[in-house]
Write a protein that binds this ligand. Structure first.
Ligand code: C5J
Length: 220
């Protein structure tokens, strides 16, 4: 067992049964000109996660540990897009419409893909998810159980939406989750802070929180 200096207490893990799950580091959320920016968001608040996540990813790869990537998006015919999700927000341009990087959050479009800095390599599963949580309507749980994973190190965007939903889903399925604070981003600084505080409150009600240097130090 290895140990990470984390809140609310040390996170103990076996590298053989612990996976890194990187949530939705997609061009439409992170890049200037994408869907996120088109909605009026400041993408620099998410882009500050790229360098620490590169280092975290490199550490997992170097240690031979499991890495999983997720992407939020939908089939080209939008068969997996609920009418409620399509309508939500009443934005003039929504999921499936033409955006600056192709159709917004549609599989195969430029904006839907993962940013080049964190691009998956062979052997790293990419989970295409139609919802906010990575377990909903995907085979993530089967993959984790088939590969013998028991604990998850989770990062990505956005902290209070897809990271939170995924951690809550994982927690209810019996996976211990450690969230990497500097590798998670939100367009809203107050949600970033409160989102992380919620996870580790009450003795770690949903999981643990640590910095990427602490995680990397433990793995190295
Ligand atoms: C959002 C996500 N915020 N990946 N998606 O709609 O958090």
């Amino acid at each position: 067992m290895l140990s990470i200096d984390a809140d609310p207490y040390d996170f103990e893990f076996d590298p053989e049964t612990t996976a890194l799950v990187i949530i939705d580091m997609q061009r439409d959320f992170l890049e200037p000109g994408g869907f996120g920016e088109a909605l009026g968001n400041d993408v620099s608040l998410l882009r500050r996660t790229i360098e620490p996540t590169k280092a975290l990813l490199a550490a997992f790869r170097a240690a031979g540990m499991m890495v999983i990537h997720t992407r939020e998006g939908h089939e080209p015919e939008l068969s997996d897009l609920t009418p409620a999700k399509k309508r939500r927000g009443r934005f003039p341009v929504t999921i499936g419409d033409a955006g600056p990087m192709g159709r917004i959050l549609v599989h195969g479009e430029t904006g839907h893909d993962i940013i080049p800095e964190l691009y998956p390599i062979d052997g790293e599963p990419v989970i295409d998810k139609p919802g906010k949580g990575a377990f909903h309507a995907t085979d993530l749980e089967d993959i984790l159980r088939n590969w013998g994973m028991e604990k998850l190190v989770v990062c990505g965007v956005t902290t209070e939406v897809c990271v939170h939903t995924t951690v809550r889903e994982a927690n209810d399925r019996g996976f211990d989750c450690l969230v990497v604070e500097d590798c998670c981003g939100s367009y809203f600084p107050e949600f970033q802070e409160m989102g992380l505080r919620m996870i580790k409150a009450q003795g770690g009600i949903f999981g643990w929180v640590a910095s990427s240097p602490a995680v990397i130090a433990a793995i190295a």
